[in-house]
Design a protein around this ligand. Structure first.
Ligand code: UDP
Length: 285
């Protein structure tokens, strides 16, 4: 079972022989007491619970029964497969960006924890020194998420009239291949989260050999080794400083990209994930 929505199912399907595992994809370190109490009614029905970080299960009634399995990306999916330069150029130019100028990118849903407002503030500070820099914020909109729409509109208001600032969604035709192309075209990828379950966007960007500046939170911390394959930041000011440093230093961006790619290859691909699941299922049965 994945995430909270279907977690009560074992309660209704009481087959004694069935083994159940619950896979939690969110950061549960500081839960609302009401939500946690409700979830804890069902957690004892599970033989194992799986979290993305060991700190996430702390204090929950499933803590003793929990394991850590990192999520993963599929290198052959539309989102991550190799694209030719022509394919990348076609996508980026169709949205009006200039590939000869630096591109900052964040791919995230419009959610306060992903801090798109902070990303825009960081971009504006960077633009004081690098006047040709462009910012792309990409987020997919779920029709059943009213908060997402509100925050998207707030982001648009904050973005204002700047023609080098692009706020794009699936309603602008940005699907998996377009996300892939934007990630591959970026000079620096940001994931300025204030809280983060894991941050697959970071794995994706590292897999595409990009230098990433990420919030020092959640799963971003296991993917970015600060100063080796990217930078972890704790404030807007730190983000500005690191992005400026990377914009000036092509060699460092290339080095970070290579290190990041190797880290993802070892730890965050579907092959490793499948093996972890097989080991877990073997133990369960
Ligand atoms: N994503 C996408 N289009 C968007 C925004 C996000 O395809 O407009 C994808 C992104 O590439 C990643 C996933 O959604 O694969 C987000 O996963 P992540 O773990 O980074 O964050 P979550 O939204 O699950 O907290």
């Amino acid at each position: 079972m994945h995430d909270p929505q279907p977690m009560a199912l074992p309660f209704f399907l009481k087959n004694k022989k069935t083994k159940w595992a619950w896979r939690c994809h969110i950061d549960t370190t500081t839960p609302s007491a009401q939500a946690r109490d409700f979830a804890e009614e069902f957690l004892p029905l599970y033989d194992k619970t799986i979290f993305s970080m060991d700190t996430f299960a702390k204090g929950m009634n499933c803590e003793k029964n929990s394991v850590v399995i990192y999520p993963s990306i599929d290198p052959f999916s539309e989102k991550n497969k190799n694209l030719t330069d022509e394919q990348i150029t076609a996508v980026i130019c169709s949205y009006g960006l200039d590939l000869s100028k630096p591109i900052l990118l964040q791919v995230s849903c419009f959610d306060p924890w992903k801090d798109p407002i902070g990303v825009i503030d960081v971009y504006r500070s960077v633009k004081e020194k690098f006047s040709d820099v462009q910012l792309v914020l990409i987020g997919s909109m779920a029709t059943d998420d009213p908060e997402g729409w509100e925050f998207y509109e707030r982001t648009l208001r904050h973005a204002g009239e700047d023609e080098a600032l692009f706020v794009l969604t699936n309603f602008d035709g940005v699907g998996s291949v377009e996300v892939n192309a934007f990630q591959r075209s970026a000079t620096v990828v940001m994931q300025k989260s204030l809280r983060e379950g894991f941050g697959l966007t970071v794995s994706e960007a590292l897999w595409e050999r990009k230098a990433v500046v990420g919030g020092n939170v959640g799963g971003i911390r296991v993917q970015i080794k600060d100063g080796e394959n990217g930078y972890l930041i704790n404030s807007n000011e730190e983000a500005v400083e690191r992005i400026e440093e990377l914009l000036l230093n092509n060699d460092k961006r290339v080095k970070f990209g290579e290190e990041g790619y190797e880290n993802v290859e070892k730890k965050f691909l579907t092959t490793r994930h499948a093996l972890d699941y097989l080991k877990l299922f073997k133990r369960l049965v």
